[in-house]
Design a protein around this ligand. Sequence first.
Ligand code: PAF
Length: 282
Amino acid sequence: MTGTIAAVREQVAQARDRGQVPVGLVPTMGYFHEGHLSLMRKAREECGFVVVSIYVNPIQFDPAEDLKTYPSDFDRDLKLASAEGADLVFHPSDKEMYPEGFDTHVEPGSVAEGLCGQARPGHFRGVATIVAKLFNIVGPDRAYFGQKDAQQAAVIRRMAADLDFSIDIRVCPTVREDDGLAMSSRNTFLVDEERAQAPLLYQALTAARDALARGETNASKLRRIMRRTIGQNYLVELEYARIVDPVTMEPVARVDREVLAAVAARIGRARLIDNLLISPEE
Ligand code: PAF
């Protein structure tokens, strides 16, 4: 484990000298669940040297959000990362990442505007900035992200292409609980009654998928089906239910190719998101 940029650079350079390539990076904010572990496993399978970063990035939270209460258990995370075969865990301080005078950000374009970008202004600017920094610190050949954060993955793919990072962006499937709830560190905020309602998000997505399979290609109708599935539940405050292009995140009117069905809702203290890639061929 290291907290310094210099040590990461040195250890990655040594690994490359030893022929431990490709170098894989799994960027995380810690408090690991199966979703994180699946990214590490994939990286371990595909890479000669695996770096896992654990850093709760303050600039991707706005002041009203849960930065101070974001869950963490660093000792447990360290054990889990090592059990998954990570070669190096990078756990920097805020001072290491944002030293006095830090004044440059990566501003993503239209891909960051809709969906979560609307509800969390500045969020993707914070994500793009920290991910660009991690890319420059680690210099990985491959970087691993979860499909659950589909808009984040699209922002990062766009950034990597636009800023010429020659890094293969791997997006791995969402890992779910038995009842369909997408794994998230934020699920820990749910009390029992709220947890019981949380699978509604996935049910809304599968309802849209099933309606598409029955021939309903009108995106407004699919959105209505998602909203109706979530219904008027007093514990679940739906933020959005959309059908968008999976690369640009632009809304689509008719589903004539693969699209992303995406939902976000507040349940108690947690803001949960989920999505499903659906296509007319299914
Ligand atoms: O998905 C996350 O955990 C974070 O947004 C990331 C990519 C590690 C950047 O802080």
